[in-house]
Design a binder for this molecule. Structure first.
Ligand SMILES: CC(C)(COP(=O)(O)OP(=O)(O)OC[C@H]1O[C@@H](n2cnc3c(N)ncnc32)[C@H](O)[C@@H]1OP(=O)(O)O)[C@@H](O)C(=O)NCCC(=O)NCCS
Length: 139
């Protein structure tokens, strides 16, 4: 399935798609707030239908924070999340970043599996142990 890079997020059409996907994939969360210029976003399309998305923000320490990724229910289990991690890592390398990092909920096995597959290491957990932090060294 084609994955389209959307950066910056200024075009209203893409902004609407990302907001809708965020709501579909994280129905009980607040919509992720991102400025139009400081994040990179990707959207996967099945024909004309937007079915998955992912984002990352480059911080001032030359590291990428993988902020959000989601796949709509009908398209889970097809490897889209894995593809979106790989796309973001390629972008990190092109930008010459030193490290990528992210977090998952402790029970999100699909995400954890994909992060490990892409070379991320478990680096920390939150004090309540609900969040796992993952990092991958790029340089
Ligand atoms: C988590 C999520 C992104 C995974 O997307 P996906 O495209 O379905 O993931 P993949 O197809 O790459 O599957 C990854 C692996 O996890 C496995 N998997 C999927 N759901 C699983 C589950 N509930 N329990 C255990 N393993 C699971 C898959 O079988 C696959 O493993 P395999 O390749 O060895 O068969 C998707 O389920 C989602 O959007 N969930 C809601 C939002 C969310 O949690 N986002 C991630 C925040 S970190």
């Amino acid at each position: 399935m084609p994955i389209v890079k959307v950066y910056p997020r200024t075009e209203v059409h893409f902004d609407e798609i990302l907001t809708r996907l965020d709501h579909q994939c994280f129905p009980s969360d607040e919509i992720y707030q991102a400025g139009p210029q400081d994040h990179h976003w990707w959207i996967a399309f099945d024909e004309k239908r937007a079915v998955a998305f992912a984002g990352m923000r480059v911080d001032k320490n030359n590291r990428a924070f993988f902020c959000r990724a989601g796949v709509i229910k009908s398209h889970r289990g097809l490897g889209l999340h894995l593809a979106l991690i790989r796309r973001r890592l390629s972008c990190c390398r092109r930008l010459g970043l030193d490290q990528a990092y992210t977090y998952t909920l402790f029970n999100n096995l699909a995400s954890s599996k994909n992060l490990v597959r892409c070379g991320f290491h478990l680096s920390n957990y939150s004090t309540d142990r609900r969040l796992l932090w993952w990092t991958k060294q790029l340089t």
